[in-house]
Each structure stands twice: as C-alpha cells, then as structure tokens.
Design a protein around this ligand. Structure first.
Ligand SMILES: [Zn+2]
Length: 273
C-alpha cells in the first residue's frame, strides 16, 4: 500500500473500537500490535466480502483469517490468535459492515410460526469483553495452566472431526466384519483427537519445584496420574468452553407468545447482512 496515493483520504475509516476478550494475552510475539483495549475495526471491503463468501475457504478458517487481518489491522496473524477472540471480532466486523442488528430466523416449537428476530450484537460483544479466561487449575500443590486453542488449532480440529464423522457413514460395499473394523478405526481416531485437543489446551504445570512446559513430560504425568486429576482438568476445560460460547438469546413468538432461547453462531448463514 502506498502512502502517496491521492485517493488515500477516501480509504475506509474505523467504524468502531473494541476491547479484545483475551486482554491481548495468548498471542504469539508479533501477532497483535497495538492496544488490545481500544482496537479499531473497519467494515469489510467489497473484496473481503467476495473472499468471505467462498464456502470451502470459510470452513478451514483461511478466508476468515484474511478478512480479520484486513478489517483489524492490529491483528497481524489471525491464524495464531487465541480462538476466544474470534467470535467477538467476527461480530464486530459484521457490525462495522452491516450495522448492529443481526436477524435470526426461528420456528416456534409451540405453534410452528416462523419468526424473524433482530438481535443487537453490541451487548454480546460487551459480554465477551468483560470475560476473563480462567487459566489456573489448582490440584493439591500442583497448578495446571491451561490456554485457549489458537484459531488454527480450533479450525484444524473441526475439519478433522468433520471428516471422521462423515467417514462413519461411508462403509460402502464392506462385509459386516470389515464394517466393524472400519468403525472401530474411526472411533479410535475420534478418541485420539479428543486427547490431542486436551493436551493442546495445557500450557504448563507448576509444582513447588518449578514449571514444566514439555508436552511429553506432561503427557507422561497424566498417563500416570489418578483418574480425578484428568477429570478435574476436563471439567475446567468444559466450563471454559461453555463460558466462551455465544450466550443464548431469549425470544418470544409473535403469534402465541411462547418463549424460547436461540443460539447464534458466526457462520456463513448468519454472517452476511
Ligand atoms: Zn408460537
């Protein structure tokens, strides 16, 4: 980009400023440059929108990373940003591009009426900005330090998980025995994927003697620890995941008044205004 372009004063301007939920933590060196508490967000360009509407690219996070870097110039490496910032950032980009309200379709479970609800995204982004990622789990005299997955780790996991789930239904012309073997293989890989995810979430273990960061040493310890240790970490990770999900929205049917909650996701179906 040239500073001498006479059209420069007509470039897009930041539409809003947000506070990153991660508080700027968990970014590798250089991946975030600027004040996490006052990060400018630009609306999408026409080119961003074209890029973002390509279905396959969205699924593996490639296109969304490029769009995040385009609209949030403080973020230099979106693939390696902590995944806990992704929803808040995508919502902010959506607000900067299409406005604060997002329309959600919902079918009433009581009378079957198809309702359209306008959800205000501002309080949702504020919700994330006020969260704190709980990274310490005290287990006796040991403290396990967990971290959010990077955006890349999260999307890689989703892609792998999706592939395996799909393979469950592709047993083709196999004999019954081959089918069983095929299924066992996939279940095994799904279980391994869960363990990998678990291990990726552990940053270090602090003992009175010092800090252990080596993944293999931590893995060996978990193989040799009592079961409650594993479940305590697992519960903590599950609670974190729940806290960092987009809060469910309360809605009321326009026809019969039945109340319900709807989940919003920042996927392609919802993203575009
Ligand atoms: Zn209804």
């Amino acid at each position: 980009m040239s500073d001498f372009n006479p059209l420069k004063k007509y470039y897009r301007q930041p539409k809003l400023f947000v506070s990153l939920p991660s508080k700027g933590l968990f970014y590798p060196a250089g991946a975030l440059q600027g004040d996490y508490n006052n990060m400018p967000v630009f609306g999408m360009t026409g080119m961003d929108e074209i890029l973002f509407k390509t279905p396959d690219a969205l699924f593996n996070g490639e296109a969304s990373s490029k769009v995040i870097e385009s609209c949030c110039p403080y973020i230099k490496d979106a693939r390696n940003m902590p995944s806990i910032d992704v929803d808040a950032i995508l919502m902010s980009i959506r607000m900067a591009t299409y406005g604060e309200m997002m329309s959600i379709g919902h079918t009433c479970k009581n009378c079957g009426t198809d309702n359209e609800f306008d959800i205000d995204l501002r309080p949702v982004v504020d919700y994330f900005s006020n969260l704190k990622f709980e990274s310490n789990i005290a287990i006796g005299e040991i403290t396990v330090n967990v971290k959010p997955l990077s955006y890349k780790e999260l999307t890689d996991f989703s892609v792998e998980n999706f592939k395996l789930q799909r393979m469950l239904f592709q047993s083709g012309d196999m004999t019954e025995e081959q089918q069983q073997e095929h299924l066992n293989g996939i279940y095994q890989r799904l279980a391994e994927l869960q363990v990998d995810l678990f291990m990726l979430s552990i940053a270090s273990v602090t003992t009175p003697e010092g800090v252990v960061e080596d993944v293999e040493l931590i893995r060996d310890w978990l193989r040799n620890a009592d079961r409650p240790v594993y479940s305590q970490i697992k519960q903590h990770l599950e609670k974190n995941k729940e806290t960092w999900d987009i809060p469910k929205q309360h809605v009321k049917c326009s026809e019969c008044g039945t109340e319900d909650t709807v989940s919003i996701t920042m996927d392609q179906a919802n993203f575009f205004g």
